[in-house]
Design a binder for this molecule. Structure first.
Ligand code: FAD
Ligand code: SF4
Ligand code: SF4
Length: 499
């Protein structure tokens, strides 16, 4: 798709807005007229410039763009979009407010069910959630033409933050009950907010020196600015939530110690899925092979790109190979470009059609210059005499019959082994559960993948302990982690009310 500058998109929106302004004010836009409004594209930095900087790629809607886009909503009585949102944001209601320019009202409506709209508006896979169900997209038989719910959600949340209109949620009278939350990702932060609102004292224990979980150490700055996550944490602090960083539960203290010796009345485990998966091929221990997690953590959390200040060194690499084709692979590849790589190849054993990453992320990676090598898979990583990566050996593949996931399965072509030079390899094949909590908490049950087993309320197999987010679902999404958190928090509040 041709890149259109932010200025042009914004100018077009002003013209469109001026055309329909009177009808908006008098609330007389017909369904036909709403359907005829052109979808507002998200303004973005020029790909050539952004591929070398860490600033946010998508720069966000203007007021006019938000209003015009919100007027595409048909206010369907059956609200199919709401059913597609894991936390049931009242979408038609907030869009109706935006369509009239009432941005603060809109964000207040969203926050009745979603506490982190600036984050979800940016990172939710909307095309598979709220927007997939939208009547407008269905009418066009193209989900990408749906009302851009996520972009508008982001706009109103940014409007609130940038204009200092945020309000600190009210906290009920202190109950004297103490709740421990393990992990400060979206699941833990959501539980903290809901449990604190009920008047309980809340401490979040976080292994890293910074709070926010994957939103801070995994998702790159150019997709989710860390200042936005920090602002959400600041609000929790103002509500009275205590944060204990550099505290690894299972080592610094066990969960049992927190409950039995430190007097916590309940606990929530939101430790995520931070254990990287590897390919188990020869050469994976060479210098210059990284898991995507380590690579992104070095860049995001340790700010390795800030070469003059960062204590964590950057691995200098000019030709980087990324193995995998999901969103994490796209993030790692785009980060490698920003960290100075001249060439970045994504190696994937299927084709573009089977790639699990979001289409938007694939398009952004491609625009920035990431190269895709389809129907290839690594079998060996090559090292030089110093033990550093110097190349990779791959096999060619073809597509066979569909497997249980419905995607055509990759079949290796015998004798197709070939090698090419590279100086770093990033393995982005997904993440599993860290076994530490289960290993150090007697009676805490997990399934064969290490995911903690919970009931419908997020309650685990042991007394006073709930769990949610990726540690229960496997690697999932921010909004699903938040949904799990809300459910568990309601159950914790109910439990503490009766004690
Ligand atoms: P996490 O966010 O993983 O947070 C868990 C926290 O617990 C971490 O801070 C960890 O340090 C801490 N912790 C772990 N063990 C302990 C312990 N024993 N003691 C104390 N603290 C501990 N989702 C989307 O919706 N959209 C995206 O665009 C998207 N992009 C992603 C990109 C990357 C690179 C990755 C890795 C994931 C992405 N995801 C995305 C997935 C999403 O970030 C996760 O699903 C979500 O963060 C899970 O939330 P959580 O609260 O369960 O856990
Ligand atoms: Fe859509 Fe996510 Fe917002 Fe729900 S939270 S409405 S899924 S963008
Ligand atoms: Fe609006 Fe689409 Fe939801 Fe209908 S389905 S109310 S058009 S956002």
């Amino acid at each position: 798709m041709e890149f259109i500058s932010a200025e042009k998109l914004q100018q077009k929106a002003v013209e469109e807005y001026n055309k329909i302004k009177d009808k908006i004010v008098n609330d007389i836009l017909t369904i036909k007229e709403r359907m005829a409004i052109e979808q507002q594209e998200m303004p973005a930095q020029d790909p050539k410039i952004r591929a070398k900087n860490m600033s946010e790629v998508a720069t966000g809607y203007t007021k006019e763009q938000a209003i015009v886009e919100a007027n595409r909503c048909l206010q369907c009585k059956t609200q199919p979009c709401v059913a597609g949102c894991p936390v049931s944001v009242p979408i038609p209601e907030f869009l109706a407010a935006v369509s009239k320019g009432e941005f603060k009202t809109a964000v207040d409506i969203i926050k009745t069910t979603n506490l982190l709209p600036a984050i979800c508006g940016r990172v939710c896979p909307q095309e598979k959630q709220c927007q997939e169900q939208c009547t407008v997209g269905k009418t066009y038989k193209d989900a990408e033409k749906a009302v851009s719910i996520g972009r508008i959600e982001r706009f109103v949340a940014d409007y609130e933050r940038e204009n200092n209109l945020e309000t600190i949620p009210a906290v009920a009278e202190e109950t004297g009950k103490k709740v421990a939350i393990i992990g400060s990702g979206p699941a833990g932060l959501t539980v903290a907010a809901d449990v604190r609102r009920a008047g309980h004292s809340v401490t979040i224990f976080e292994a890293f020196h910074k709070t926010g979980g994957v939103m801070v150490y995994g998702i790159p700055e150019f997709r989710l600015p860390k200042a936005i996550v920090a602002k959400e944490v600041e609000i929790l602090e103002k509500m009275g939530v205590e944060f204990r960083t550099n505290f690894l539960v299972g080592r610094t203290n066990t969960l049992t110690q927190l409950l039995e010796e430190k007097g916590y009345d309940a606990a929530f485990i939101g430790t995520g899925a931070g254990l990287p998966k590897f390919m188990n091929i020869e050469g994976e221990n060479l210098i210059g092979v990284f898991s995507a997690n380590e690579y992104l953590t070095r860049a995001n959390l340790m700010k390795a790109y800030d070469e003059d200040k960062a204590a964590t060194p950057l691995y200098p690499a000019k030709h980087v190979v990324v193995c995998g084709a999901g969103n994490v692979a796209m993030d790692a590849a785009r980060m490698a470009l920003r960290l100075g790589a001249e060439k970045v190849d994504i190696v994937y054993r299927r084709t573009r059609n089977e790639m699990p990453a979001r289409r938007e992320e694939i398009a952004h990676a491609e625009e920035e210059g990431v190269n895709f090598r389809f129907l290839e898979n690594p079998v060996k990583i090559l090292g030089d005499e110093q033990g550093k990566v110097c190349g990779i050996v791959c096999l060619d593949y073809e597509l066979g019959e569909p497997d249980e996931s419905g995607r055509r399965s990759p079949v290796a072509i015998p004798g197709s082994e070939h090698e090419f030079a590279c100086d770093a390899v990033i393995v982005a094949l997904g993440n599993g559960s860290n076994p530490l909590m289960v290993q150090t908490t007697p009676g805490l049950e997990a399934n064969k993948w290490g995911q903690i087993i919970v009931d419908d309320n997020g309650k685990t197999s042991i007394d006073k302990v709930w769990a949610g987010g990726d540690i229960v679902l496997g690697a999932a999404t921010v909004i699903l982690a938040m949904g799990e958190g809300r459910k568990a928090a309601a159950s914790i509040n109910e439990f503490l009310k009766n004690r």
